[in-house]
Design a protein around this ligand. Structure first.
Ligand SMILES: Cc1ncc(COP(=O)(O)O)c(C=O)c1O
Length: 416
């Protein structure tokens, strides 16, 4: 069956770009829009800046509400301009209510935004849809990425759809389903002995050698823009009133940076009712560089996490390039970082599947453990409305094998 591509929004001004320039996140130096960019001259991530006044004159909430229910409905907040999106059908993801959990913890409401419904089964689709669209519009023919797995799968799928070659480097112990998925989408993929930082080194060297365009987290500016749609979509789904607290499983931290950017843009054009949320970075006790830096009150991750012991792949980033930006979000929003134990995460994932019918990825289950932990510690209050992010479908991570068998001929029903 052919994939139905998204209808272009018809509201006035939608194919205009409202991006004025790209800004160095460290120095504020301006770089021109409409050209290929990696890091800024100062070696820091670039952030797209918009003419928000003009944007707010071109679109309003009612016009957005009339558009197809997908991420392109927020097109004015994206950098595409007249470029055609590379789309695989990025439907809006549900906010699943968790009333029993909320009641048990004594908070007002808990919602899980289930990003497992996106193409390739993870939130990475949002960033890749926009970044690959921009890469295609700017004439890129080969892209390379280091990845814990899900970003590689999303890149491979969107690159194939765009007619771009993709080169993917992933740690040796990446789950088989994800590694196979990347290859199945037509990427050239390799398992690397080491962590994602080792993969990043290979990508950087290979880029110099082979002329690939580098998609390493935050080294190009448009994945952040695509991931903003997580925040824009949640805001719209909640009637433009944000929750009190948001928990996000944090590796490179792009989603925290992106959601906060989206909230600030919405606040600046006066679309939000009520205050901004507190943002919480959830990591594992086996790799928690952001939490450690936050607890020490530091502005950046000064030293990589020395000994990585977690098997929660998405949060296994010992030296995040965007550490300073993530910490800034935590400080500015009045949020915090919190690290959870892997064993509790795996037990919670299994419990939620068996008791609530909700199959979270380990990273998503980590946010549930973090909420339980922080409610007990008092950093989440009784009246709080909380949104947790399940960043991928549970089906992308291994489950315990099912080994029970019955001979079909002679079933003893008293034993079932
Ligand atoms: C399932 C999952 N959750 C969370 C993350 C962390 O995302 P980020 O690196 O943007 O913080 C990843 C990254 O690989 C992931 O695959």
């Amino acid at each position: 069956m052919a994939i139905r591509t998204t209808a272009r929004p018809t509201a006035k001004g939608t194919s205009a770009s409202f991006v004025t320039h790209l800004e160095c996140s460290a120095t504020g130096e301006r770089h021109p829009a409409g050209a290929l960019h990696g890091l800024s001259k100062a070696g820091a991530p670039l952030l797209a800046r918009y003419d928000l006044k003009r944007l707010a004159r071109a679109v309003d909430k009612a016009a957005i509400a009339r558009r197809p229910a997908d991420m392109w409905r927020y097109r004015e907040f994206l950098p595409l301009g007249p470029a055609e999106p590379v789309s695989l059908g990025e439907a809006m993801t549900p906010l699943v209510p968790m009333p029993a959990l909320a009641k048990r913890l004594g908070v007002a409401e808990v919602l899980i935004k289930d990003e497992g419904h996106l193409p390739t089964g993870s939130f990475k689709a949002r960033g890749m849809a926009v970044a690959v669209s921009m890469a295609r519009a700017l004439g890129v023919s080969a892209i390379a990425i280091p990845t814990a797995g899900n970003a590689g799968a999303a890149l491979a799928a969107y690159a194939s759809r765009a007619g771009i070659d993709s080169y993917v480097f992933t740690p040796a112990d990446t789950p088989e389903v994800t590694a196979s998925e990347i290859a199945y989408y037509g990427a050239k993929v390799w398992r690397i002995d080491g962590l994602v930082g080792d993969c990043a080194r290979i990508v950087a060297e290979g880029t110099r050698e082979k002329g690939w365009f580098e998609f390493t987290t935050l080294k190009e500016p448009y994945r952040v823009e695509g991931k903003k749609t997580m925040g824009l979509e949640m805001a719209e789904q909640l009637g433009w009133r944000l929750p009190d607290v948001i928990f996000y499983p944090t590796g490179g931290g792009v989603c925290l940076i992106a959601m906060w950017k989206a909230f600030q843009e919405l606040a600046e054009i006066g679309w939000l009712e009520g205050p901004l949320p507190r943002m919480v970075a959830v990591q594992s006790t086996g790799c928690a560089p952001i939490v450690k830096a936050f607890d020490a009150g530091e502005p950046t991750v000064a030293e990589p996490w020395a000994k990585v012991t977690t098997d929660i792949h998405g949060v296994r980033v010992p030296n995040p390039l965007g550490g300073a930006l993530v910490l800034d979000v935590l400080y500015q929003s009045g949020g915090f970082g919190t690290a959870v134990d892997d064993a509790a995460v795996h037990a919670t994932r299994a419990r939620l599947a068996a008791e609530d019918g909700l199959h979270l990825c380990p990273e998503g289950a980590a946010t549930v453990v973090a909420l339980e932990q922080e409610r007990a510690a008092g950093r989440v209050k009784a009246g709080d409305r909380v949104v947790l992010f399940n960043s991928a479908s549970g089906l992308k991570s291994p489950m315990p094998p099912m080994t029970r068998r019955l001979a079909s001929g002679d079933v003893d029903y008293s034993k079932l």
